[in-house]
Design a protein around this ligand. Sequence first.
Ligand code: HEC
Length: 153
Amino acid sequence: MKMGRSLAFASAAVILTGAVHAAEVVPASVTFDENKVDMSLTGQPGDAKAGEATFVSRKLGNCLACHEVSALKAELFHGNVGPSLDGAADRWSPAELRAIVVDSKKVFGPDTVMPGFYSLNVGINVRKDLVGQTILTAQQVEDVVAFLETLKQ
Ligand code: HEC
């Protein structure tokens, strides 16, 4: 009896997860048009506030390791490996910002040191437990793009 119930529960959970992911574009299916990814990866609008949290998180975007952002001056460390992102939304359209975050190599070329955050093409020295995983989820990418869209001068 007990076994039957937990099995039923497990399959309900599988169906639910399937429904959530059905709307998401998997990494291999993201369509690049020149330097743009026009379609939202999730069909949901990004949340700029959540995107800011992902951007500063050392475990997620860790974008500040390489980029400076004046709007985030309360954060302690800003790196300068990449350009300051002040005014990034004036320089790039939302579709271009999405392309940069999904797979920077498609925009800046194969030699960029910026990671592709929604790409499985991350090089050969990947920790075994991370093979087949993207750094950010589809929704985290949308949230970070929404945050980048606030960076206007
Ligand atoms: C390891 C360093 C590194 C990390 C981490 C990194 N970037 Fe970058 N990024 C770069 C470099 C370097 C460039 C400039 C392009 C080039 O020369 O490769 C760049 C360029 C960009 C640009 C275009 C800049 C402009 O204004 O023209 C954006 C937008 C951007 N990055 C966003 C992000 C976001 C968002 C994150 C975190 C999710 C991030 N980057 C994480 C190194 C990094």
